[in-house]
Design a protein around this ligand. Structure first.
Ligand code: TPP
Ligand code: MG
Length: 289
């Protein structure tokens, strides 16, 4: 089969036929082509879940790690080689539940990576238990009487902590999502897109429920207004806003700091360390009192 672009591969998908995850995959591939990236310049990192399978379906560098632990691996990869386009592909369970702690500290560190969260409001891989974004009251296999606690509003948390690029996309609008991805990768510093991804197998509401409610932000929406962005993601309305919710002027980026101290070149290109130097360093530890 001729490949549509360099990022295509032949790995058979494990997703349900018709899953909106396919649209997210296509949007990522198209964004990388538009950004004129080649597969060797890109690294995708994921944890565990249906969303986290995505890097297998692209032809580029990737690391598929433990549940919730994509971010620390990605930050390490970014610090080692800031020249790579580093993207975390994760789910609402993986990123906001098991990996929530890592996400909070990534907001503080501001690594130059892009985090794409497939938000289907459940743990789809394990057959639909409640996740941190499941609406309160919704009945799930384990939460038989309905979820008793309020969902987590991670875009609000990201905006409060000054994340420089916070966006919401919809898997049902892949062209709009592709544009968000291009802008996110171009942003220097942490960029974060929460993507509404209705689960067609375990979800409560049909795809059409979301399609009828998503609404692109108005052209005159001011992405630099932090208070307005917070209001926007906190308001309870029939409509779900999609687009760039908040974009801030660039903060100091994590990882580049190390390169500034050591060298501008990525780790694999640095001069090899002299073995004798290491030996005498270790010797110093041995003779310490
Ligand atoms: C340490 C650990 N805890 C729990 C699990 C079980 N588990 C696998 S995937 C998953 C949730 C995935 O949810 P999400 O990230 O939203 O991905 P989705 O499948 O919905 O795309 C859980 C709890 C696991 N694999 N490892
Ligand atoms: Mg999920």
């Amino acid at each position: 089969m001729p490949k549509e672009n360099e990022f295509e591969n032949d790995v058979a998908s494990q997703w349900c036929p018709g899953c909106p995850n396919f649209n997210i995959l296509d949007a990522i591939k198209s964004a990388l082509v538009e950004l004129k990236k080649s597969p060797d310049q890109v690294c995708l990192i994921s944890g565990i879940g249906q969303a986290a399978k995505l890097p297998h379906y692209l032809q580029c560098n990737f690391f598929n790690g433990l549940h919730g632990r994509a971010l620390p691996a990605a930050i390490g990869i970014h610090a080692t080689n800031p020249q790579l386009t580093t993207m975390v592909v994760t789910g609402d369970g993986d990123c906001y539940g098991e990996g929530g702690n890592h996400f909070l500290h990534a907001l503080r560190r501001n690594p130059d990576i892009t985090v794409v969260v497939h938000n289907n409001e459940i743990y789809a891989l394990t057959k639909g238990q409640a996740s941190p974004t499941t609406p309160a009251g919704e009945k799930r296999s384990i939460q038989a009487k309905g979820v008793q606690i309020a969902p987590l509003n991670m875009p609000a948390i990201a905006i409060i902590h000054g994340c420089g690029f916070v966006a919401r996309g919809f898997a049902g609008e892949p062209k709009h999502l592709k544009d968000l991805l291009v802008a996110a990768v171009r942003h220097r510093g942490l960029s974060y897109i929460d993507v509404i991804q209705p689960c067609i197998t375990w979800g409560t509401r049909p795809f059409s429920w979301y399609k009828d409610r998503v609404q692109q932000l108005d052209d005159d929406y001011d992405t630099a207004d932090q208070s307005r962005a917070l209001e926007k993601v906190m308001e309870s309305s029939e409509k779900i806003p999609i687009g760039v919710l908040y974009q801030a002027s660039e903060r100091k980026v994590f990882g580049h700091r190390f390169r500034e101290i050591v060298d501008q070149r990525p780790l694999p290109e640095l001069d090899p360390i002299d073995a004798e130097e290491i030996k005498s360093l270790l010797q110093g530890f041995r003779s310490a009192p």
